[in-house]
Ligand binder design. Structure first.
Ligand code: ZN
Length: 319
């Protein structure tokens, strides 16, 4: 069996301030907070997940919270921009809504788009797409006709794009979809309209990036299940790349490898998803801890920064 990567699973970035991050991604972009948990490697800090109403793969943006972290430098080799999909008639609505976030009109392969910055300086785009596949989150402040339908694409900046392109095309099954100047577009195997585009931006003269707040940490691609993930793992080993063992991330299972240009890639399973430990109607309303940290909940509540959630609840919850 030859597995296919259907597209992007999630993108994970770093914020210095959990409250500003929640206020922006829920309050301005209108995404749903689908999970509030801790960094599995550092339970004193949050890991926040946003998405559509279920946090379906292809709609997920996640953040490690490094409180007070110094701002990093955006540059190669990093994911330097993340694009969300909206309906074409929603473009003017978003121009007005994003006026305070340095909104600028851009065009990407013939599609009208808005480039803007999140509160940590992360470069985001909203791109109008005529054949939308995702579901809008109806419980947020943005009317559903205008709402974000999920991720559209990412831009990866590299000093030279060829070795990354080779891994995307020869190992991961992406297809070249042309270029606009130094922007080289690749599409995932199935080629539908949701979250399946990776643009490689070749910037040989740009200063190298440095990881900190305001940077993307890694990008994850989808695989439907554990057996296909195992096939991918073998394929990546055969390609001569170092790949991690399978890690249980509670909401998906993950393998990680660094592509030859230097960006951290992950392949994550679609299952089990965010409803594994909360019912769909209650997603993101409590601080969820993985089993190994549940005995430490009282201590974690003492040290983790207080945040106010979109519905007005506060975390940690009052005892
Ligand atoms: Zn990840």
């Amino acid at each position: 069996m030859h597995p296919i990567i259907p597209g992007i699973h999630h993108v994970t970035a770093i914020t210095a301030n959990a409250q500003k991050n929640i206020d922006f991604y829920c309050g301005v972009l209108g995404l749903r907070l689908v999970k509030l948990t801790v960094n599995f490697d550092d339970p004193s800090s949050y890991h926040i997940y946003y998405g559509d109403e279920l946090g379906r793969p292809g709609t997920i943006m996640t953040f490690f919270v490094w409180p007070g972290a110094v701002r990093g430098r955006v540059g190669p080799p990093q994911v330097t921009s993340i694009a969300f999909a909206i309906p074409p008639e929603a473009l003017n609505y978003w121009f007005t809504r994003l006026a305070d976030y340095k909104a600028e009109a851009v065009e990407r392969f013939g599609s009208a788009a808005i480039h803007f910055l999140d509160p940590d300086g992360i470069r985001l785009e909203i791109i109008s797409v005529s054949h939308l596949s995702g579901q809008p989150w109806a419980g947020g402040p943005v009317p559903t006709e205008q709402a974000i339908r999920g991720l559209h694409s990412v831009t990866i900046s590299e000093e030279g794009y060829e070795s990354t392109a080779q891994v995307l095309a020869d190992v991961m099954g992406f297809h070249s979809a042309g270029n606009e100047g130094n922007r080289f577009r690749y599409r995932a195997g199935t080629g539908d309209d949701g979250a399946h585009i990776v643009d490689l931006l070749c910037v040989p003269d740009a200063p190298r990036g440095a990881m900190g707040a305001g940077n993307v940490h890694h990008i994850a691609y989808r695989t439907p299940d554990d057996p296909q993930q195992d096939t991918w793992r073998k394929k990546i080993v055969q390609a001569g790349l170092n790949v991690s063992p399978v890690m249980d991330r509670t909401y998906f299972h993950s393998i990680y490898y660094r592509e030859p240009g230097g960006v951290l890639f992950e392949i994550a399973t679609d299952n089990p998803g965010f409803a594994v430990d909360e019912t769909p109607d209650k997603l993101g309303t409590k601080l969820m801890l993985p089993a190994q940290y549940e005995p430490l909940r009282a201590e974690i509540d003492q040290i983790i920064p207080k945040v106010r959630l979109p519905g007005g609840l506060t975390i940690p919850a009052a005892p």
